[in-house]
Design a protein around this ligand. Structure first.
Ligand code: ADP
Ligand code: F6P
Length: 320
């Protein structure tokens, strides 16, 4: 192993800085030279690469976002873009790379691995949509942000006896919606992985208000549709007044909760261990609180979402 670099890519997530810090410090601990690639694959192709010292990663474990910056790059998906990246890595004498990002970023890491660069992936995304890990970096912080917002909305919903439809992120995955819905006692939760029709939502809403409930919270995963769509349905099919909140990028920011700081630290440290053993082409995760190591092709398979079915069913039973 010559020199190692670390980068963040795709959507940022809380805990990425903890992972960058761990990779950097663990490498320096082992007397390795470590480099930071700025602005994701875009920066890699452009040679936006700088040596990292201990001071560069000081006081970042508690910060949201990523100090390295991130990007989505169409150009890197091309052969020409990847050749450019390889040239930059060679120029800096870097043969090993830790990529912190979602499955798109992993595809880039796999492409570089096939071209002779030692790569290890760390699952950094709030969506929790990566196979081979129970949790992705940033998911815990994101759902805590969501429940804080939903709790506040519930206060005003109760005062006005309204129903609120709250749209949360997750791309095609329903983890953020299912977890935050169960944790806030939402009356209905819509996720892409399970089927529930809008009529059932209105029935549940009516039953709740008839029983004396003062509010109704409906959580919609963005992968199912827009909150606006669901609120319109309620307004057209019941006498209840409904409002919409789209939580948006507030879900991606903020100081990482303890779980994400620990996860970032553990996976960052493990990435250096593996690279020092000469291992490449692997994605890290956490399964039953143990660090797992899988081939990229394994983590590209669709995640089994049996846990979400259970959450939705339980939520239906508890929010009667
Ligand atoms: P995430 O990593 O959060 O899933 P994206 O899907 O946007 O986010 O992927 C991040 C970046 O990874 C993309 O902008 C692109 O540069 C790179 N990438 C995605 N898919 C591929 C691919 N098939 N081959 C090479 N690079 C890819
Ligand atoms: O993958 C993380 C995520 O926040 C998704 O939940 C969301 O669909 C997407 O990124 C938003 O991407 P952007 O920040 O590019 O609008």
């Amino acid at each position: 192993m010559k020199r190692v670099a670390v980068m963040t890519s795709g959507g940022d997530s809380p805990g990425m800085n903890a992972a960058v810090r761990a990779v950097t410090k663990k490498a320096i601990y082992h007397n390795l030279d470590v480099y930071g690639v700025y602005r994701g694959y875009e920066g890699l192709m452009e040679g936006d690469i700088k040596k990292l010292e201990l001071k560069d990663v000081g006081s970042i474990i508690h910060r949201g976002g990523t100090i390295l910056g991130t990007a989505r790059s169409e150009r890197f998906k091309t052969e020409e873009g990847q050749q450019q990246a390889l040239e930059q890595l060679a120029k800096h004498d870097i043969d090993s790379l830790v990529v912190i990002g979602g499955d798109g970023s992993y595809r880039g890491a796999q492409a570089l691995h096939k071209k002779g660069i030692n790569t290890i992936g760390i699952p950094g995304t709030i969506d929790n949509d990566i196979n081979g890990t129970d949790f992705t970096l940033g998911f815990s912080t994101a759902i805590n942000t969501v429940i804080e917002a939903v709790d506040r909305i519930r206060d005003t919903a109760t005062s006005h006896e309204r129903s609120f439809v709250i749209e949360v992120m997750g791309r095609d995955a329903g983890d953020i919606a299912a977890w935050s819905g169960l944790a806030t006692g939402a009356e209905s939760i819509f996720i892409p992985e399970t089927v529930m029709d809008k009529a059932e939502m209105v029935t549940r809403l009516k039953k709740g208000f008839d029983r004396g409930k003062k509010h109704s919270i409906i959580i919609v995963a963005e992968g199912v549709g827009t909150a606006e769509e669901f609120a319109t349905y309620i307004n057209e099919n019941s006498e209840y007044d409904s409002r919409v909140t789209v939580l948006g990028h507030i879900q991606r920011g903020g100081s990482p909760v303890v779980f994400d700081r620990i996860l970032g630290s553990r996976l960052g440290g493990k990435a250096i261990d593996l690279l020092m053993e000469g291992i490449s082409g692997k994605a890290l995760g956490l399964e039953k609180n143990e660090i797992s190591v899988h081939d990229y092709d394994y983590v590209f398979q669709k995640k089994d979402h049996k846990d979400l079915d259970e959450y939705i069913q339980l939520s239906k039973e508890l929010s009667i």
